[in-house]
Every structure is written in C-alpha cells, then in structure tokens.
Ligand binder design. Structure first.
Ligand code: 0WD
Length: 256
C-alpha cells in the first residue's frame, strides 16, 4: 500500500511526457493516489490523455488558467466525479519570450508583466480559492513549482523571477489562510530540467552543464526526483510542513 492511498489529486500543468507534472503524477500514482488531470488546450489534450491512461484515470478536463470561467468550471466538473479533493498540483508557468531573454529592461512592458504574473503567479491562489470548498477539512495539500530565479538575479530568467517571487509569497499567505481548516501549502524549487517551458529560456543547455559541474551532487535533477518529493509533501508523512519552499536541485542553491 502506497503512502497516498485514499487520496484524490488534481494535476494541472502536463504539456508533455517530460513535464514536471508528469513526473509528479507518476509518483503519486505509484503511491496509490487517484488522479484527475487538466489540459491547457486541444493541442495538448492527447498528451494529457496518455498520461491519464498511464495512471489509470479517465478524468481529463480543460483548463486554461487565464480564464476565470474555466477555473470555476473545472471544479464544478470534478465535483460530479469526486465528493472531495485532497491534493492540488499547480505546475504552470509562462512569460512572453522577449521577457525571458537578454536584458531585463528590454522585456519590461506592462503587458509582459501582466501576462507572466497572471499565468505564473495569480493562477495558484486563484485555483486554491476555487478548490477550497472541495478541499476543506480533509488534511489536504496544495503544491506549486518555483525556481531559484525568484530570489537571485539569474541571467535571462528576468520577468519569471518576479512572477516566481510573487508565487512564493502566495505560498506563505495561502498557508496562513488555509492552515486553520487543515490544508497545507508548499512549493518545490526545482533545479533546471529540460522541458517545453525550459526550452523557451535562452542558454538553457549551458545552465544544465553548469549545474552538472558545480552542484554538490554533480548532476541535474529529473522529473522523478521532483515527483518523489512532491508525493511526500502532499502526503500525511509531511503533515507538519506548510508554507515551505523545498529545494530539489541537487544542492545547487546552497553554493555561494
Ligand atoms: O527547469 C525547469 N523546467 C523548471 C521548471 C525549474 C523550476 C521550476 N519550473 C516550473 C515552471 O516554471 C512551471 O511553473 O515548473 C513548472 C512546470 O514547468 P515544466 O514542467 O518545466 O514545463 P512544461 O512541461 O512546459 O509545462 C508547463 C505548462 C505549459 O506548457 P507550455 O510549454 O505549453 O507553456 O504549463 C501549462 C502548459 O501546459 N500552461 C498553462 N496551463 C493552463 N493554462 C497555461 C495556461 N494559461 N500556460 C502554460
């Protein structure tokens, strides 16, 4: 019996087999959780269907987090299948390309700022709010994904650094807000992993090489590494942990 047996989890953010959310779904499935999935648009649907099938799930719902109506709808639909929700995984991020390359100020426009923060930061508390009635009083857990560029000025990460700083602050405020009703809120700060989203970041391969050479473990992390920690953080094994940013980065963040 896995340590997530009896838990129901909604996974938001699968775009491909390589997505971090795919690694999280696989680990949660292995530990016995029942899963539901969302897909951003029709183009991505077949990949999410595949991931759902691999996890024995037939709950696959549309969700573009920039649309309030879809955020409401996804929990209305989910409520028809499940009477409650224990785990919500938010593994979503986006910024316009020009805002995540080159000079910070070159990509700094009101519209780029709005889009990056809307999709990458606002969407997490927005989902938490919409999921709240289904999660209340179940010792549930919310989880999001962040990156070191929120706290350090890292080349090219630029606008996403600002959005991730906001996202991390929301983890703490949500933890304070939802703790009294039994819901925990945490984030994983993952080291660089080659996914679709990462492909949009300039010089990403160079970054991977740098981590391999310098991180304490002398390697990059995998979606399996992140998935295992995600499963733990969303399980009752982590019942005393909330409002935390946990690094899964082969130790890179401790370096001076
Ligand atoms: O190195 C990395 N890959 C790291 C990623 C290091 C540390 C953190 N992260 C974070 C990302 O910032 C993101 O928050 O992990 C999360 C997941 O990212 P990922 O697994 O690296 O990327 P990917 O497989 O592309 O999944 C992110 C997905 C989108 O993919 P695309 O490639 O289409 O942007 O987020 C989804 C989408 O499926 N997404 C949306 N979902 C719903 N509504 C939206 C949206 N509007 N926009 C993007």
């Amino acid at each position: 019996m896995g340590f997530l047996t009896g838990k129901r989890a909604l996974i938001v953010g699968i775009a491909s087999q390589r997505s971090i959310a795919t690694g999280i779904a696989e680990a949660m499935h292995r530990e016995g959780a029942e899963l539901a999935f969302t897909y951003q648009n029709d183009k991505l649907r077949s990949r999410v269907d595949e991931a759902a099938q691999a996890c024995g799930s037939d709950i696959v719902l549309p969700l573009d987090v920039s649309d309030d109506a879809q955020i409401e709808d996804v929990f209305e639909q989910l409520g028809k299948r499940w009477d409650g929700l224990d785990i919500l995984v938010h593994s979503v991020g986006f910024a316009p390309r020009e805002a995540i390359e080159g000079e910070f100020l070159d990509g700094m426009t009101r519209e780029n700022f709005r889009i990056a923060h809307d999709i990458s930061a606002y969407s997490f508390p927005a989902l938490a709010k919409a999921a709240r009635p289904m999660m209340k009083g179940r010792n549930g857990a919310l989880l999001t994904l962040t990156y070191l560029g929120s706290e350090r000025a890292l080349a090219n990460y630029n606008m996403m650094g600002l959005a991730k700083a906001s996202l991390e602050a929301s983890v703490r405020y949500l933890a304070m807000n939802l703790g009294p009703e039994g819901t925990r809120v945490n984030a994983i700060s993952a080291g660089p992993i080659k996914t679709l989203a990462a492909a949009g970041i300039a010089n990403f391969r160079k970054m991977l090489g740098h981590v391999e050479q310098t991180a304490p473990l002398r390697r990059t992390v995998t979606i399996e590494d992140v998935g295992n920690v995600a499963a733990f953080l969303c399980s009752d094994l982590a019942a005393g942990v909330t409002g935390e940013i946990t690094y899964v980065d082969a130790g890179y963040n401790i370096l001076g």
